[in-house]
Design a binder for this molecule. Sequence first.
Ligand SMILES: Nc1ncnc2c1ncn2[C@@H]1O[C@H](COP(=O)(O)OP(=O)(O)O)[C@@H](O)[C@H]1O
Ligand SMILES: [Mg+2]
Length: 278
Amino acid sequence: MTAAVAGQGRLVLQNIVRVYTSGGGFFAPKTVVDAVAGVSITLEPGETLGIVGESGSGKSTLGRIAAGIEGPSSGTVTLDGKAYAPIGSAAWRRERRGVQMVFQNPSKALDPRMSIGNQIEEAMQAHGIIRGNGRTARMEEMLALVGLPGMGARFAHQLSGGQQQRAVIARALVLEPKLVVCDEAVSALDVSVQAQIINLLNDLKARFGIGYLFISHDLGVVRHISDRIAVMQKGVIVETGNAAEVFANPQHAYTRSLLAAVPAATPAERRARERRSA
Ligand SMILES: Nc1ncnc2c1ncn2[C@@H]1O[C@H](COP(=O)(O)OP(=O)(O)O)[C@@H](O)[C@H]1O
Ligand SMILES: [Mg+2]
């Protein structure tokens, strides 16, 4: 598999702000939510950047902006130095191939009336990838790669939640994206299945050099996949660093409170935490 588009997939978000306003009618007072309140992050090619924070901290909003499916109120997003095209334009539709998203609920992401194989082929067709019979071979190759060999004829309801998420990942990766925004991609799965999907994502990254923006409210999940971690609270990033360092030596009180909910991975980590809380 080769890179979809020229460039490596360096994503730069600068001073991203996203404000939502609602109401403002005669009876409804106007409410303003600063979902993202000034975030600057860089995702290096082939890197996994974990975004962690409690519900409502702005992670999903940031993820949609990073993927280009929603625009910021202000700030800039560039992929390999190029700003995203205006949302809805033909150039924007072409660009979307390079940045895929995987969400929490695979049964919603899949079409219940179409086999998973056909959905993967349809994705190739939509982006003009491979012609004719080659698509079927490619679809089968992708399914084998994600651990669903020979299952192209199945429909979503014939698959477990973990298998459905594998199918979603196959459909995203057949487009050869430079990066994938995973928003709570394993949060709905059983813990043992979460580990399998994380291993799969790691294998695919090692193989194809894809980068991930890996969003989760669960620091325990994020630690197993991330090279770096950014901790988000109320629309801003309060701490960022190498994943191991953030775990070993969290600088911000909010990070420590998130960490307290996760079992320590090693005795040394547990002792370090006890020292900090002493
Ligand atoms: N489309 C929207 N319209 C209005 N408010 C929104 C919208 N999307 C998110 N919000 C608000 O923005 C804040 C951040 O939400 P979100 O990005 O979903 O956070 P998280 O993914 O961390 O839970 C929340 O207060 C949420 O209610
Ligand atoms: Mg969210």
